[in-house]
Design a protein around this ligand. Structure first.
Ligand code: FE2
Length: 324
């Protein structure tokens, strides 16, 4: 089944095309992040401009015509309201024009499912880490197949924490990779570490790291904020591995592109006799391919929606999302 997926939850407008479980096109156009961060209305305006072109490029990359599309999926949430609406309208207009079915996809569930497929895993424990989200997830069949949140951040996502720190330290975008580069020359300075069971919090670490910029070098603070935040994620994930007795661990989401986090989680998995895996960076960054991938499975399982029911939900929690 040829399914087109539209992703627009944050600064990326992504269009992916999936054919029988294989992503055959994954194109995107992005809002250029300035030092002010994401202003939802401005990002949405850029998405409106980019939407038709991105769809066109994706169709070309897949070597198909719009009329070949047999189903549509889009990100219902979570994300920035005005940005999500651009994706919703694009998806609805394609579905209406072609008279094909439409599926409302949870962004986080799509990240986990594409990682699970790439890593060839059956039922992994998943660490989902991005700008706005940081959660430890395990699938559950009751009352329907979904991801249960067994650990999460009490405040902000790890990606936002690193971005906010990098802006305060006047580093260049893309902030996460700039912090990672600076960290290579640093040594450890003490920063707060907050893990409670399988949950964690990042604002205390952020505030202290910003204050620490007056006392220590940027390299040292970059190294220490990254090591502290990732160690917190690893401790909580290790506890979840022990609790669930899972033999598979995957990491997904924007921050899963960090080679240091992957290295640390790989060690945690090894010590607990679990297999570790992740998708390629193309699918850890926001992308339409993963939306098309999950939408295809949902449509095949009869989980489509009436166009009139389709909407967006800024805080669409993963544990309410039914997945196929
Ligand atoms: Fe994402």
């Amino acid at each position: 089944m040829l399914v087109i997926g539209i992703e627009s939850s944050a600064h990326t407008f992504g269009v992916g095309i999936c054919d029988d479980g294989k992503v055959i096109a994954n194109e995107k156009m992005m809002f250029n992040i300035s030092d002010k961060g994401l202003i939802p209305g401005k990002v949405a305006e850029t998405h409106v401009k980019n939407a038709p072109k991105t769809v066109e490029i994706a169709l070309k990359a897949a070597g198909i015509k719009i009329g070949d599309i047999e189903g549509v999926g889009y990100t219902r949430g979570p994300g920035l309201g005005p940005c999500l609406q651009v994706g919703e309208l694009t998806a609805k207009s394609i579905a209406k024009r072609l008279g094909v079915k439409i599926a409302q996809v949870n962004h986080g569930a799509a990240h986990v499912e594409i990682a699970r497929s790439a890593a060839k895993m059956k039922d992994p424990l998943a660490l989902y880490v991005s700008g706005g989200n940081s959660q430890i997830l395990k699938s559950s069949e009751k009352p329907f197949r979904h991801y249960e949140i067994i650990g999460e951040t009490f405040d902000i996502g790890v990606g936002n924490m690193i971005d906010n720190f990098a802006r305060a330290a006047k580093l260049n975008p893309a902030w996460g990779s700039t912090v990672a580069k600076m960290a290579q020359g640093g040594k450890y300075v003490r920063l707060p570490y907050t893990v409670k069971g399988m949950d964690f919090a990042f604002t205390g670490l952020l505030t202290s790291a910003i204050k620490m910029l007056d006392k220590a070098s940027k390299e040292d603070v970059c190294y220490s904020i990254q090591e502290t935040a990732f160690s917190m994620l690893c401790e909580a994930t290790e506890r979840a591995l022990l609790l669930t007795k899972s033999r598979e661990l995957c990491v997904c989401g924007g921050v899963a592109q960090s080679s240091r986090l992957r290295e640390m989680l790989g060690m945690v998995a090894k010590e607990n006799s679990a297999r570790f895996g992740f998708a390629s960076n193309e699918f850890n960054a926001d992308n339409g391919g993963m939306i098309a991938f999950l939408a295809e499975r949902m449509l095949k399982a009869g989980m489509d929606s009436n166009i009139s029911e389709c909407g967006v939900e800024q805080r669409y929690r993963i544990d309410r999302a039914r997945i196929a």
